[in-house]
Design a protein. Structure first.
Length: 495
């Protein structure tokens, strides 16, 4: 009797402990579930994609056009929405594609000019150095003011001993003090060297003018780089659209052939498919490369997607005579040649001034106790100092002849440089006219294709590919036109 009762009590206690443990587990799991539901966002159920009735090796994804936005999809990448006949599949609700940033050509050039450009900084520093050098040379017109302090102590008495023979006396005369202090404050104004200073100022001003003429080159070069990269990216995007349209056309061609004939892919169809895939991959890679290069010029993150706004067609009114006149007046090479001639002429004048004596006016105030017997303790003075080289074994004569030859060479270089620049301007102007006509012709052809496209089916891949190719050719002609105009502006001194 005792054993069954004890066993029943143990069983009852074990059941109670199990029930308590289950209750605690359910309570904890309910709390955790409620927290997870409140913290995690709601996510829709993922519908299963429909089956595809296409042979495995014949499956090919469609390509989204860059007509609306300039995002790029790789041939082998998966898009968020599949067009194989199944339902749309959302892979991850928390995944957000990179933001597309619209930008115009003017904004891109302004952003590139605002970023730190070492070449522009170097040009600005060269202008600053030339200016400071000129100001330093101009300061030589003014007198040099300075002071001198002297404090000496001798260990022996200075000065001779005066002996009187008749009287038999030896009297020490203290001409120079044993302890002496002297202070001298002076001002020296050059007189004849002022003519040489005037020539040195001419040379310094010519260097500054040359530096200022070259300072605008880095900014123009940066703007040209941005413009070239901008148009190359638009061309690459149009080529990608054309490659995707060609791929869709080939896909539709062998898909219809496979549905009407026996299943399988012929070698010709596989070659077409692989060729289309290659063209899309190359175009996609080129777009990514040019996008990263443009982002680097603009100071944007490398992964930034850019939506390029096509710029307005370039309009310019430049005549050949006007271009030649501006180039002869403001071209960097012409400016440098003219200023070099000015420097050479000033150098020739400087060499002749070596025959002049150097005269300077000097004045000052002194306070001393070194020569008490000879000089008063404090005094002022004024006068002039003149120096002249009598004979230098023909050195000055040779320098004068050398500087005269250099001045003549520099003067002859000016008309030669102007003639060379004029020939370059004329050649660049003819290139500008040719590129202008080609750009206008390409735009008219694109306008005609757009009229045909509006009357045809909107989903015609062949028409879409042809239009994208013509738009790429139009942008390429526009780029050549702008580059020709930039070269002409550079020859005209940026005006």
């Amino acid at each position: 009797m005792f054993q069954p009762c004890k066993f029943a009590q143990l069983l009852r206690a074990a059941c109670q402990e199990v029930l308590l443990a289950l209750t605690a587990c359910l309570l904890i799991s309910g709390i955790v579930t409620a927290q997870d539901q409140s913290a995690a966002p709601s996510r829709p159920d993922l519908p299963l994609p429909a089956t595809i009735a296409v042979p495995p090796r014949m499956a090919s994804p469609t390509f989204s056009s860059l007509r609306e936005n300039n995002t790029v999809s790789s041939f082998s990448s998966f898009s968020a929405t599949s067009n194989y006949g199944g339902s749309s599949v959302t892979f991850n609700a928390s995944f957000a594609p990179p933001e597309v940033r619209p930008i115009t050509l003017d904004e891109a050039q302004q952003m590139a000019a605002g970023t730190s450009n070492p070449l522009a900084r170097l040009a600005a520093l060269q202008v600053r150095a030339a200016k400071e050098h000129r100001l330093g040379v101009q300061s030589m017109y003014f007198p040099n003011i300075g002071g001198q302090l002297e404090n000496l102590h001798f260990n022996k008495n200075t000065g001779p001993v005066l002996t009187l023979d008749r009287l038999g006396l030896a009297v020490p005369v203290n001409i120079i003090g044993k302890n002496q202090t002297a202070f001298n404050f002076s001002a020296i104004q050059p007189v004849t060297p002022l003519f040489a200073v005037h020539q040195l100022v001419k040379i310094a001003r010519s260097d500054e003018t040359i530096a200022r003429a070259k300072a605008g080159a880095p900014a123009a070069e940066t703007a040209s780089k941005v413009e070239t990269n901008y148009f190359n990216l638009m061309i690459a995007q149009r080529e990608l659209v054309s490659a995707e349209a060609e791929s869709r056309k080939i896909h539709s061609k062998w898909l219809s052939a496979s549905s009407s004939g026996p299943p399988g892919i012929s070698p010709e169809q596989e070659t077409d498919m692989l060729g289309a895939e290659k063209q899309v991959m190359l175009a996609t890679s080129k777009v990514k490369e040019l996008t990263a290069s443009l982002n680097d010029l603009l100071g944007l993150p490398e992964e930034t997607k850019l939506e390029l706004v096509p710029p307005e067609p370039l309009t310019e009114e430049t005549s050949m005579d006007d271009a030649v006149d501006k180039a002869v007046a403001a071209n960097v090479a012409v400016v440098e040649a003219e200023q070099t001639a000015v420097k050479a002429k000033a150098g020739s004048t400087l060499s002749k001034m070596q025959y002049f004596p150097s005269v300077s006016i000097v004045g000052g105030y002194a306070n001393q106790n070194a020569l008490n017997i000879i000089l008063p303790r404090d005094f002022s003075y004024i006068g002039f100092i003149a120096t002249y080289t009598v004979f230098d074994f023909g050195k000055r004569e040779r320098e004068v002849k050398e500087s005269d030859a250099q001045a003549e060479m520099a003067e002859l270089a000016v008309p030669l440089t102007k003639a060379k620049v004029s020939a370059e301007v004329k050649s660049s102007y003819f290139e500008l006219e040719r590129s202008r006509k080609l750009s206008q012709l390409a735009r008219r052809m694109v306008s005609a294709v757009q009229v045909v496209d509006a009357s045809a089916q909107s989903d015609n891949s062949e028409i879409e590919s042809a239009q994208a190719k013509m738009e790429a050719d139009m942008y390429r002609a526009e780029l050549e036109y702008r580059q020709a105009y930039s070269r002409l502006k550079s020859l005209m001194g940026g005006k």
